[in-house]
Design a protein around this ligand. Structure first.
Ligand SMILES: Cc1ncc(COP(=O)(O)O)c(C=O)c1O
Ligand SMILES: [Zn+2]
Length: 373
């Protein structure tokens, strides 16, 4: 496997020993890696994300539960058609399995026996599940108020759970300290996670007959789906497989919108904010570590940021559930943004979005929010 780690800020290269997760300069690390996938190579392969194996920076001995190839459903909403990828149907109930499967495959290849990860819940569930499949011990750090179904899931997989009081940033800090003695399998820092989430782009392109949609409406928390999808479409466009990288419309909760604010003010870096509470726990990220890259990706595609209110999130959740889709409040926030965007879209525009997480992960919270209406 030919790859190297490269700082997104200063360009410095590093050899990968599994321990380095950011540059000396504080910049985030990306992978220098040339995918060898071309359409046709997937023919005859199982319908999972490994059908794009030539595009993935890992070997053949993969950690898998048959994940990927989620349905792309055509749904008419408010008189517009949205294509909604059913990412809540992954083994652990969210799209984070894409990243965790590739990251844990890589970590196992390095011979790592123990990892630490921090998350608002779903990435922790995914890393804990794939660590269990890989026979790797793991410690997962989450904010103390994380939905109980997610913490139960993490512990059920055999991971050691650490509930950290305070903000999401306090949780990250605790995990960072713990990582001094083992490998930090972080969905935020590790570029392997993004090479896993990029399979979202490969699947969408294949499901649309190897074409790119006009627009993608995606969540903007730490940007693992946004940056992975941007990476995937960038690779596909560079290879000439699709004609363009779709416009990315990024959704934040107005209560925690450091990127939407920066975008509006024409800034390159996330704005320092005082976040208030949002029902969308998966995107309650006040200081997104890859914020610089997220802003650059959205801008380079001619996209925009959509901040959605708590009221919009709850009404969107109710409407999705009434339509038969039991999704997380965070996913309802994405749908609120998608519906808002779709109202202004050009006629015939192809818009792809996603149900990012299953409602069963936050059932009590969903019930509470429905009652609040
Ligand atoms: C259900 C759900 N949707 C969306 C997101 C946001 O993802 P990202 O960090 O990739 O922006 C998360 C993150 O935890 C999530 O759990
Ligand atoms: Zn650097």
């Amino acid at each position: 496997m030919r790859y190297s780690l490269c700082c997104a800020r200063c360009g410095r290269d590093y050899h990968d020993d599994g321990r380095r997760f950011r540059c000396e300069c504080g910049g985030m690390l990306d992978l220098q890696f040339e995918p060898s996938f071309r359409p046709g190579m997937e023919v005859g392969r199982p319908y999972d994300l490994w059908r794009y194996r030539g595009a993935l920076p890992v070997g053949d001995d993969v950690v898998t539960m048959g994940e990927g190839w989620t349905p792309l459903l055509s749904v008419a909403l408010d008189g517009r058609v949205l294509l909604i990828k059913q990412e809540q149907l992954f083994p652990t109930g969210s799209f984070k399995d894409r990243g965790a499967a590739v990251l844990m495959t890589h970590v196992r290849e390095l011979g790592v026996k123990r990892v630490v990860e921090d998350s608002s819940g779903n990435a922790g569930c995914a890393v804990a599940a794939y660590a269990a499949r890989a026979g790797i011990t793991c410690d997962i750090y989450v904010p103390a108020d994380t939905s109980p179904a997610k913490t139960a899931q993490i512990e059920a997989y055999g991971a050691t759970l650490h509930r950290i009081p305070g903000t999401r940033e306090d949780t990250a800090h605790a995990a960072l300290e713990a990582s001094a003695t083992c490998v930090y399998a972080s969905h935020v820092y590790s570029p392997w996670f993004l090479h896993g989430t990029k399979t979202f782009a490969y699947e969408v392109a294949e499901q649309l007959g190897w074409t790119a949609p006009d627009t993608l409406v995606l969540p903007a928390g730490n940007g693992t789906l946004l940056l992975g999808t941007y990476l995937g479409f960038t690779e596909l466009a560079r290879a000439g497989t699709v004609s363009h990288v779709p416009r990315i419309v990024a959704v934040q909760a107005a209560a925690c919108a450091p990127l939407a604010r920066a975008f509006e003010d024409g800034l390159d870096e996330p704005v320092a904010i005082r976040a208030s509470h949002t029902a969308a726990e998966g995107i309650a990220i006040a200081t997104p570590m890859r914020g610089l890259q997220m802003l650059a990706a959205v801008r380079s595609t001619g996209g925009s940021f959509v901040p959605v209110s708590e009221h919009e999130i709850v009404t969107s959740l109710r409407d999705c559930c009434r339509g038969g889709w039991f999704i997380e409040p965070t996913s309802a926030a994405v749908m609120a943004g998608a519906r808002r965007y779709a109202r202004t879209a050009a006629p015939g525009e192809t818009i792809v979005t996603a149900f990012t997480g299953h409602g069963l992960k936050a059932a009590a919270k969903v019930a509470e929010l429905m009652e609040s209406l």
